[in-house]
Ligand binder design. Structure first.
Ligand SMILES: [Zn+2]
Length: 429
């Protein structure tokens, strides 16, 4: 198998080291070497002149809804048939990889197996896309977020509704049987469901616990939509792996999360609410004024407070989450990086660690993903710009000029002049 040599790039390894200029060699699906000195070329090496480009690990979308596209209401998730939505999810995967996201840590999808189908096609090399830990349906309880029914109007939401531990166990087992990697529970309420606002906690500890035990028994991960303090405490106690949103906290919860920091991942998913309050969703009726009625300013304020403190306590944050709405395109998840810097107190380099190293750890692969080190999986991107000077260069696909996943080129807009094949007997530089 041929090698690819990325020559003279600014290398951000996501290991805590400062960025440096040098060469990185990919052989097969792994990084063979990375060094500040020029690589010894071999005949047939593909050499990319990356002078002026920023090379970093591919990013992870930490709360992926691949099948969300132009969504303005849950109706948009419910009405289309799965046959149509699998194309939507495939487009979502393509948008992510083109924006430099080489991994997608699944939250939930509009139908049960959309991410499973796309994951399998991507893995087979038949569709462009990131590594995917497939989410299924959100699992919720009667009357909570995701339950779209009324007594006079039964309606199937993008959810599985369970009550009690037996139904929960069965639902999680069914998800596992159908190939879901990431189980998602709706533990707390949500501002989009007025009967159960964000601070409520409809799901019981026993239900969460049996879900976590069952998911783990099948070797899957379990994650939770949890905005309320009580919900997040139940999740940490029950062994939930990924906590989504987590805006509200008290001292006890912060201590619990700090104690569990080597086990849990936390995804603030701040984009959606920040966009609403910035007026970006106004054309769809979600004006800042409506956001005010929904108590979103309070959620945002608490998001800043809680996640700044979690940062100080060394919690492993991931970026992304809840993109694919009418005002937020798939592939713009990198916008979260700027919010992390501006509001949670991360330096640009630290924010990049959330997007890369932390994401790679959450995906599984035992530390082989999310950093640029000899022996790591070759998931990397080249950026025409310096994210350390201007983090917003990662806000979309435009400046991401090259994407490699597992050693395979997934995107390249590099000029032909920057590519060369090393001839035989070329002397080392
Ligand atoms: Zn979500």
């Amino acid at each position: 198998m041929g090698r690819t040599v990325i020559h003279n790039a600014t290398l951000f390894t996501a290991t805590g080291k400062d960025a440096f200029r040098g060469d990185l060699v990919v052989e097969g699906d792994r990084i063979a070497s990375i060094s500040p000195t020029s690589a010894q070329l071999r005949e047939g090496d593909i050499v990319i002149d990356a002078t002026g480009l920023f090379c970093m690990p591919g990013m992870t979308e930490g709360h992926a809804h691949l099948s969300f596209e132009n969504v303005t209401a849950t109706e948009d998730l419910i009405t289309p048939c799965p046959e149509t939505q699998v194309f939507t999810a495939a487009r979502g995967a393509k948008a992510l990889i083109e924006a430099g996201f080489t991994s997608a840590y699944g939250a939930s999808e509009a139908k049960l197996k959309l991410a499973v189908a796309v994951r399998d096609e991507v893995n087979a090399g038949r569709l462009p896309g990131p590594r995917i830990r497939a989410g299924g349906l959100e699992i919720t309880v009667t009357g909570a977020m995701g339950d779209e029914s009324k007594a006079h109007n039964p309606r199937q939401g993008p959810s599985t509704i369970v009550d009690g531990v037996d139904e929960m166990r069965r639902a999680v087992r069914l998800h596992c049987r159908e190939g879901i990697d990431n189980i998602k529970l709706d533990v707390s309420g949500d501002p989009f469901y007025p009967a159960t606002p964000a601070h409520t906690t409809p799901m019981t500890f026993e239900e969460i616990l049996v879900a976590a035990e069952t998911a783990h028994a099948y070797g899957r991960k379990i994650n939770a939509h949890t905005r309320s303090i009580e919900g997040s405490k139940r999740c940490v106690r029950a062994g939930v792996d990924g906590l989504f949103h987590t805006e509200y906290a008290d001292e006890e919860l912060l201590d619990m999360m700090e104690e569990a920091r080597d086990r849990i991942f936390v995804v603030p998913t701040v984009g959606l609410f920040a966009q609403i309050m910035a007026g970006e969703a106004s054309a769809h009726g979600l004006t800042p004024e409506v956001g005010g009625y929904m108590n979103i300013p309070d959620l945002l304020e608490n998001s800043v407070k809680t996640h700044s403190e979690l940062r100080r306590r060394g919690i492993r944050h991931l970026i992304g989450g809840d993109y694919g709405f009418g005002w937020s395109k798939q592939g713009t998840q990198g916008r979260d990086l700027k919010f992390f810097v501006d509001h949670y107190g991360y330096s640009p380099a630290e924010a990049l660690l959330c997007a890369t190293r932390n994401g790679g750890l959450a995906m599984g692969y035992g530390g082989d993903l999310g950093t640029l080190e000899a022996g790591s999986l070759a998931d990397l991107i080249l950026v025409a710009g310096d994210p350390l000077a201007d983090i917003s260069v990662l806000s979309g696909p435009e400046k991401v000029v090259f994407v490699m996943r597992a050693g395979d080129v997934q995107k390249s807009t590099l000029p032909a002049a920057s590519l060369a094949v090393a001839p035989a007997l070329q002397a080392a530089e």
